[in-house]
Design a protein around this ligand. Structure first.
Ligand code: NAP
Length: 359
């Protein structure tokens, strides 16, 4: 199931409550906070998100928004209190094993979502964990088992090659804490494989697939789990991941395809930006400016696709005037099979991911 849309409630500066829907609640809240959201919130800044509810699609979210808007204020406050109580009780503490590139990005998101006092981290190189903890205000410990003992949710952020050893070494601590929820971020390692390493321990397991823009809160992240994983586990992990970017729930069978487009995708886009800048340099712009203009253009174009809801082909058509310069550029890309190359890049990445998962 994809979780495309959210209903949210904002508490405005005057204490009033505003209900809305959005694909990305934090982004929408930022728009309200700039005075560019609904008319209602414009004179009631600042606003704070006090309630979020994931819906499978936009239509469901709109119906739920309408239902919440019909509630009396005291019932809305009860809904909010219930939600915040659940959030507080379902996510007490998170541990991160591995404070490298991706672990570091998620640790930062967890510190924002839960408060640094709720986050404990470890790394093979303790000095690395200690340095990051010093920067973010969370706690570094030396031993993976000790991190697990201190937390309800344990994020496994080591490389796939060392995951088996790390997971097996956690078994004694897991026996003492069977309610632990493990969250793996390793590419290509299926939940069933991880479960096989745990022997007679049977913690709930979730699997996430982040991408590198998560480091600046602009990631695209997928979340999956076994059918028996509880809703509260998903929601607790989503609350963290939401600080790292946009989150969708997928089936595990979709993760490799997701990984090929969203995980590997940044490496397809960076050379595109670089090449566009090369073109601009060739026709006379200084390198630094060319790079900024190309990158900002890609960022803006991506935002147009997401925010307008229009098909990219339609947006392309809207830029191309008859006999103009843009269609001349589009034709040059087509002559070099640009779109086929992009399709093949995702397909090649997908097949390689599937192969790596078999090893
Ligand atoms: N980077 C991405 O774009 C991306 C995207 C999706 C998923 N992932 C997944 O994220 C995971 C981490 O990748 P990464 O790029 O963040 O790797 P990374 O930068 O190498 O981070 C892994 C960290 O774990 C530490 N570590 C190794 N063995 C450990 C142990 N026994 N106990 C505690 N810490 C240990 C490593 O320390 P040492 O360096 O000292 O060994 C390193 O600091 C991988 O499973 C990868 O598949 C990454």
């Amino acid at each position: 199931m994809t979780m495309g849309y959210w209903v949210y409630i904002l508490r405005c500066a005057d204490g009033s409550l505003y209900t809305g829907t959005a694909a990305d609640v934090d982004k929408r809240a930022a728009v309200h906070n700039r005075g560019k959201g609904a008319k209602y919130t414009r004179s009631r800044l600042p606003v704070e998100v006090v309630y979020r509810e994931a819906c499978p699609d936009k239509g469901t979210a709109l119906r739920r928004e309408y239902a919440i808007k019909q509630l009396r204020r005291q019932d809305k406050l009860a809904l909010i209190a219930d939600y915040q109580g659940k959030l507080g009780s379902c996510m007490k503490k998170a541990a991160f094993i591995g404070a490298g590139n991706m672990g570091g990005a998620l640790i930062q998101a967890a510190c924002e979502a839960l408060g640094p006092e709720q986050v404990v981290i470890t790394d093979h190189a303790y000095a690395k964990a200690e340095e990051l903890a010093g920067k973010l205000g969370c706690t570094a410990v030396q031993d993976n088992g000790e991190a697990l003992r201190q937390a309800e949710y344990v994020f496994l952020c080591v490389k796939p090659q060392v995951m088996e050893g790390v997971v097996k070494a956690l078994v004694p601590a897991l026996r003492e804490k069977p309610d632990t929820v493990l969250v793996t971020i390793a590419a290509g390692i299926q939940i069933a494989t991880l479960r096989g390493w745990l022997g007679d321990c049977s913690p709930a397991i979730l699997r996430i697939m982040p991408n590198t823009p998560a480091a600046i809160g602009m990631g695209m992240l997928a979340l999956t789990g076994e059918p028996e994983a509880k809703e509260e586990h998903y929601q607790a992990v989503e609350a963290i991941l939401a600080k790292a970017g946009r989150v969708e729930r997928l089936t595990e069978g979709q993760i490799d395809a997701f990984s090929a487009v969203a995980g590997c995708g940044p490496a397809f886009v960076y050379p595109f930006i670089e090449a566009l800048a090369d073109g601009a340099v060739k026709v006379g712009l200084p390198r630094q400016q060319a790079m900024v203009y190309a990158a900002q253009m890609v960022l803006g174009s991506a935002a147009m696709v997401l925010e307008s809801g229009k098909h990219p082909g339609q947006l392309k058509d809207e830029v191309c005037s008859p006999g103009g310069s843009t269609i001349a550029g589009v034709a040059a890309l087509e002559a070099r099979a640009f779109r086929s190359a992009a399709i093949e890049a995702v397909e090649a990445a997908y097949h390689k991911t599937v192969d790596l998962g078999k090893v």
